[in-house]
Every structure is written in C-alpha cells, then in structure tokens.
Design a protein around this ligand. Structure first.
Ligand SMILES: Nc1ncnc2c1ncn2[C@@H]1O[C@H](COP(=O)(O)OP(=O)(O)O)[C@@H](O)[C@H]1O
Ligand SMILES: [Mg+2]
Length: 242
C-alpha cells in the first residue's frame, strides 16, 4: 500500500503551511504591474478599479469580490494579485487573495509559493482557517491557495458551508478577492458570485468575442450575482520602467 496518490505523476498529499512560510511570496513577476512598474498605466488601471470598488463601499464594510472571466487566460489570476496589491496601498486595508479556481489554480504559482492545504480543506473543515491563510511579505496581503483539487469542484463550492467560510473571511479581512475558473463553461464563478458582494468581469481585449462577454455577464448575474464592473486586460502597452 502506498500513501502516495497518482495524478499524472505521483504526488504526496498536501501539507499544512508552516506559519510565516508565505512571507517568502514573490511579487516580482513581470505581470505583477503594481509591484514591477508602480507608476505605469496598468498599475494605475488597477488603482482606478480599486477606487471604483471602494467608492461603492463608503462605510468600509468587509466585501467579497469574485474575479471572473469568460475564458481561461484572460488574466484573472494576475488581476486578482494586482487588485489586491492596489487595495493594500490604502493604509490599514487587509486583503485576502483566495484561489477558488479548483480546475487550474495559479495563485501560489505566480507568487512562487509551495502548494499547501487551502480553500478545499477549509470548506471541508479539515484544516483550521488560520492555518490555511498565509500572510505574505506585503503588508496587509494574505493568500489562501486552493488546497487539494477535488473531483467535483462545483459540488464542493455549492455546499452550504461556503457561505459560512466567506463570513469567516469577512471577520478577518476588509476585501476578499476570489479567483475563479472560466465562467463560460464552468458554473463555479456564477455560484460564488451569487454569494459574494460583487463580481469583477475580466475581459481580454481583442480576444474574447463580444457576444461571449455579454453572455457571460448575463450568466454571472442570472444566479443573483452583481457585476460591479469590467476590467480590460491586454490593452495598454506598458512603458518601460524609468
Ligand atoms: N497585465 C498583464 N501583463 C502581461 N501579461 C499578462 C497580464 N495579465 C495576464 N497576463 C498573462 O496572460 C496569461 C494569463 O493570465 P492569467 O492571470 O493566468 O489568466 P487566467 O487566470 O484568467 O487564466 C499569463 O501568461 C499572464 O502572464
Ligand atoms: Mg487563473
């Protein structure tokens, strides 16, 4: 008998993160515009999105925001990180980045963090929430990875416990940004969007057909979600850092 599980290659079950391990998170990838080129146009675009979201929340109540897009590769995960960094620039703002893309997670990878127990175990109640959430090197920014990918993500994300988990996050953070899989073919973003306070629709300009964007917008709102706005990616040629 083996304790190892096969999924492509053999891999060990995920461990719980060590406290402070994510302080080593790296925000230095080219795409992380807020960190790499804080005065550039893309960074400014994320600050504007942050300002729009915070303007809708004048009393500063904790808010959950789902990051969605019609297709894969439109820039959701990168946008989740950039928006989180932009939010953390406002003094005293605590932000949690959650990877709820249980099909193709990317958050830990972008930040150079090891895969650890995360959202799945928190929903199942097998990992304490404060062990799964990890503070990073950026003041005010914490991350929660996806955890062990389940066979049926939609079933897990549709379970009653998710609502309770989201309110636990709200007791700890002002903004919770939830990364999701492509909404055109997977219902997870619509389901989570219905439980969240708002949805940001990420659209890759010149790539995703307009009709598909509209269809996705309607799909996200059809379960009760509230699309706060769209974020266009792939638009601005970034000027070099000076
Ligand atoms: N602002 C950006 N600047 C440069 N490249 C980007 C930017 N946003 C996303 N990308 C690139 O687009 C690809 C998809 O981004 P990602 O955030 O992983 O998409 P998704 O999560 O929607 O699947 C990645 O190769 C990423 O490096
Ligand atoms: Mg992604």
């Amino acid at each position: 008998m083996s304790i190892f599980r096969r999924s492509g290659g053999a891999s060990a079950p995920l461990l719980q993160a060590e406290p402070d391990e994510a302080r080593k998170a790296r925000f230095d990838r080219e795409e992380i515009a807020i960190a790499r080129n804080p005065r550039g146009g893309i960074a400014e675009q994320f600050r504007q999105l942050r300002n729009s979201i915070t303007a809708l929340n004048p009393e500063g109540a904790p808010r959950t925001v789902v990051m969605a897009s019609a297709l894969r590769g439109e820039g959701k995960t990168v946008a989740t990180i950039n928006l989180g960094l932009a939010m953390s620039e406002v003094p005293g703002t605590r932000v949690l980045l959650v990877d709820a893309d249980l099909h193709r997670p990317g958050l830990e990878g972008y930040l150079g963090l090891p895969r650890r127990q995360g959202l799945v175990e928190v929903i199942r109640g097998t990992c304490p929430i404060d062990r799964a959430i990890r503070a990073t090197s950026v003041e005010g920014v914490s991350v929660l990875g996806p955890g062990e990918l389940p066979k049926n993500p939609s079933e897990l994300l549709g379970s009653d416990r998710v609502k309770m988990v989201l309110s636990s996050f709200k007791q700890r953070f002002k903004y919770i940004l939830i990364d999701t899989p492509q909404a055109a073919t997977i219902s997870d973003a619509s389901m989570l969007g219905a439980l969240a306070d708002g949805i940001v629709l990420v659209v890759k300009l010149g790539s995703t057909p307009r009709s598909l964007v509209e269809e996705t917008y309607n799909r996200l709102e059809s379960l009760g979600g509230n699309v706060l706005g769209t974020l266009l990616t792939g638009a601005l040629p970034e000027e070099p850092t000076s």
